[in-house]
Design a protein around this ligand. Structure first.
Ligand code: NAD
Length: 482
């Protein structure tokens, strides 16, 4: 069986850590073995990244030269688009059309930060004497980027592009479930002319490779996307080491339909918002709040829609929902649905694996609708990260806001009503980093993204996403008579 080696300073390396298997969740077959990075591998990678980060060749790159490198990475991604999309879908089972869309979005992230390199400057601050005072923004040095399995294409581009634009070296530690998109990205960066040691990838488990990486004294900043429990552990390490960390964590986002909403449009969004990517999206609208007067109609129409969602192989163009990304994660989802049954919930659709024999070897699970629970039920409080929608009624705005905010999370929210005044009033009261009004899951690289409460710290994307990877330095230039 082939062994995938990770990438350090432009070289493919077979690590001394424990190798692990990448499994195709649609078939249960092994894709390949992947090399694990040991403590010594991590140390040598960080040393090389630290040397590369401080090299004059990298530090003194002019903004337009840095921008052109980022554009070349975007070009490289587009020329290897199919390779990237197939790799992601083979490892996490995402339907191929979604992976293809994510490649173009990921390339666009590099173009956005290329533009930022050339247009975002420092500041001349008001001087209180005979000097010039200015603020410049400098890289941290070595950034450790730890990523999850649901959308490695997007998550990794969102970290690599701004980290490079800001002048850092980066070491990616991708999820064990999706280990190789990051390696392809590092190869593309190398082919684009990024100096050796600036983009590196270490594969391995979180508790070994990931933890070793974030503990290394020469790692000066951590950028993490993943679950809230892991995020808290990462924050503890960052606190002990007194280094900044950005955390993009889980969600339990409310999706709200008022009685006056355009129901067809709202239901399209509700359906995509929870079932796209088999619900394995941090912004999945997993709690659906429906104004009581339209509850029966919404339930009936959703049941009808869910029956028609084509669950199938990721590479079949007719499939709308692929498998769950791993067999282990499907078991977690099954335990959640069992807990809903135990707590008195009514399963209106799904709640089981498909009967289709063609799919029985894969980690498939049907789109699931649950009702009859209160907001205190486990499936209403904890992130399931699967194709499970819980439907909850509300009577009026105050009751709605209280229910929607009754969660530890605060990543996103969607709401549907043509009444703009009400929409804005509710949007301002919801504790979430992103609120969508009469749309859902619209994401733009120019607009900051991140969570309130247990959904995270810091903002990726936009210019905030560039500053995340920089520290400010104030310079006073004296001897000036102005
Ligand atoms: P996870 O927290 O289990 O793992 C994420 C990454 O952390 C993996 O690479 C893993 O190997 C690593 N890791 C695990 N323990 C570690 C440790 N002690 N030290 C260092 N690294 C460690 O998350 P997951 O199951 O891969 O992904 C699903 C989660 O990601 C969901 O909660 C989802 O909401 C979240 N997510 C959030 C966003 C966002 O932008 N807010 C986006 C996508 C996914």
């Amino acid at each position: 069986m082939s062994l995938i080696k990770f990438m350090v300073a432009g070289e493919r390396v077979e690590g001394a850590g424990q190798p692990f298997r990448s499994v195709n969740p649609a078939t249960g077959e092994t894709n390949y073995e992947v090399s694990g990075a040991s403590k010594a591998d991590v140390a040598s990678c960080v040393e090389m990244a630290a040397t590369a980060a401080t090299s004059l060749q990298w530090r003194n790159l002019k903004p337009h030269q840095r921008a052109s490198l980022l554009h070349r990475i975007a070009d490289g991604m587009m020329s290897r688009a199919e390779d990237l999309a197939i790799t992601q879908s083979r490892e996490n089972g995402k339907v191929i059309a979604e992976s293809r869309k994510q490649v173009s979005n990921a390339a666009a992230v590099f173009r956005y930060y290329a533009a930022a390199c050339e247009t975002v400057g420092g500041e001349l601050t008001p001087s209180r004497g005979d000097y010039l005072s200015m603020t410049t923004y400098e890289p941290y040095g070595v950034v450790a980027a730890v990523t999850p399995w649901n959308s490695p294409l997007t998550m990794e581009a969102q970290k690599v592009a701004p980290a490079l634009a800001a002048g850092n070296a980066i070491i990616l530690k991708p999820s064990e479930v999706t280990p190789t998109v990051a390696i392809l990205l590092a190869e593309i960066a190398q082919a684009a002319g990024v100096p050796a040691g600036i983009v590196n990838v270490l594969t391995g488990t979180g508790r070994e490779t990931g933890l070793e990486l974030i503990r290394h004294p020469k790692v000066r900043m951590i950028s993490f996307t993943g679950g809230t429990a892991t995020g808290k552990l990462i924050a503890q390490t960052a606190a002990e080491r007194l280094i900044p960390c950005a955390l993009e964590l889980g969600g339990k986002s409310p999706h709200i339909i008022f009685a006056d909403a355009d129901l067809e449009a709202a239901l399209d969004a509700v359906q995509d918002g929870i079932f796209e990517g088999s619900g394995q999206s941090c912004v999945a609208g997993s709690r659906l709040f429906v104004q009581r007067s339209i509850l029966d109609e919404v339930i009936a129409r959703l049941q009808d829609r869910v029956k028609r969602i084509q669950v199938g192989m990721p590479f079949d163009p007719d499939s709308r929902m692929g498998p769950i990304a791993s067999f282990q994660h499907r078991e977690t989802i099954e335990r959640f649905v069992a807990s809903a049954r135990d707590e008195g919930g009514e399963i209106l659709a799904g709640g089981k694996r498909p009967d289709d024999r063609e799919l029985e070897k894969g980690a498939f699970y049907l789109p699931t609708l649950i009702t009859g629970l209160s907001g205190g039920a486990r499936v209403c409080r904890e992130e399931i990260f699967g194709p499970v929608l819980v439907i909850l009624p509300f009577d009026h705005e105050d009751d709605l806001v209280a229910q929607a905010n009754d969660t530890d999370y605060g990543l996103a929210c969607g709401l549907w009503t043509p009444d703009v005044t009400r929409a804005m009033r509710v949007a301002r009261q919801i504790d979430a980093g992103t609120v969508w009004i009469n749309t859902y899951k619209q994401l733009s690289v120019s607009t900051p993204f991140g969570g309130f409460k247990s959904s995270g710290l810091g903002r990726e994307k936009g210019l905030a996403g560039l500053r995340l990877y920089q520290q400010s330095k104030s310079i006073y230039l004296g001897g000036m008579s102005i």
